[in-house]
Design a protein. Structure first.
Length: 242
């Protein structure tokens, strides 16, 4: 009889936490944020065909690739306790770098380009924007803290992961989004224009909504839907009346 094949845990989604602590359980869920964000990127990219979202997703893959290179270059071990449940090197923390990139790129986009619908009150608008920034930052910080609490990384590894990710996210946004928008005739702007005008991009209907609308086209799309919906409802009631 053939020997049974060795079975191992899939570290990608395998998280060990302190069963006696509710906090540890919540942090174990939060630490899966990078895994859950990947399908979210895919859904948004396919549904919206927005170049900014596709670009952000591409940068996220680059960040992950860079993290692998850095880990294999420095070969720094994880904390001793983490060897009980996870192999691989610990510097820099990939989850922290992932969230650092995600938070930096998203906050840059919300600050430089995106405009939320106004409430009519400048103070409320500003407060809401600050609340969004704070929520994103808090989420990033919680995921980074989860890597410490669950004993997967040292503070040093987490701090460097956050810093590398945030720096990469900021640079990637400025070079590929901010400069092309502010300086459309620069090399950055010309590259973005060439991408948008490429036959393949036209075929899959990729667009740059934020180049036209401050909210990426959300409000005008909703108004168009509302008009069409009201026309449909009116037509329906007229048919019933007849």
């Amino acid at each position: 009889m053939a020997a049974a094949a060795e079975r191992v845990s899939l570290d990608l989604t395998h998280v060990v936490y302190d069963v006696s602590s509710q906090t540890s359980f919540v942090l174990a869920l939060l630490t899966l944020s990078p895994i859950l964000l990947m399908p979210a990127y895919a859904v948004l990219a396919v549904q919206t065909r927005e170049l900014t979202i596709i670009n952000m997703w591409a940068g996220q893959f680059f960040s992950e690739g860079l993290n692998i290179v850095l880990k294999r270059t420095f070969k720094e071990e994880r904390p001793p306790d983490s060897k009980l449940h996870l192999d691989g090197y610990g510097f820099p923390s990939s989850h922290s770098q992932y969230m650092g990139y995600f938070g930096a790129f998203l906050i840059c986009h919300l600050y430089f380009r995106h405009r939320f619908a106004s409430t009519g009150n400048a103070l409320l608008d500003r407060s809401f924007r600050l609340l969004v920034y704070a929520a994103i930052t808090f989420w990033v910080a919680l995921v980074a803290y989860s890597r410490l609490n669950l004993l997967y990384h040292t503070p040093y590894q987490v701090a460097w992961g956050l810093a590398i990710g945030a720096l990469l996210g900021t640079i990637h946004y400025i070079v590929t989004e901010h400069l092309p928008y502010r300086r459309p005739l620069s090399v950055f702007g010309r590259v973005r224009t060439a991408i948008l005008n490429h036959p393949l991009m036209n075929w899959i209907q990729v667009r740059d909504g934020w180049a036209i609308w401050p909210d990426g086209g959300r409000e005008i799309e909703w108004k168009h839907w509302k008009d069409m919906y009201q026309q449909r409802q009116t037509s329906f009631h007229q048919k019933r009346a007849n």
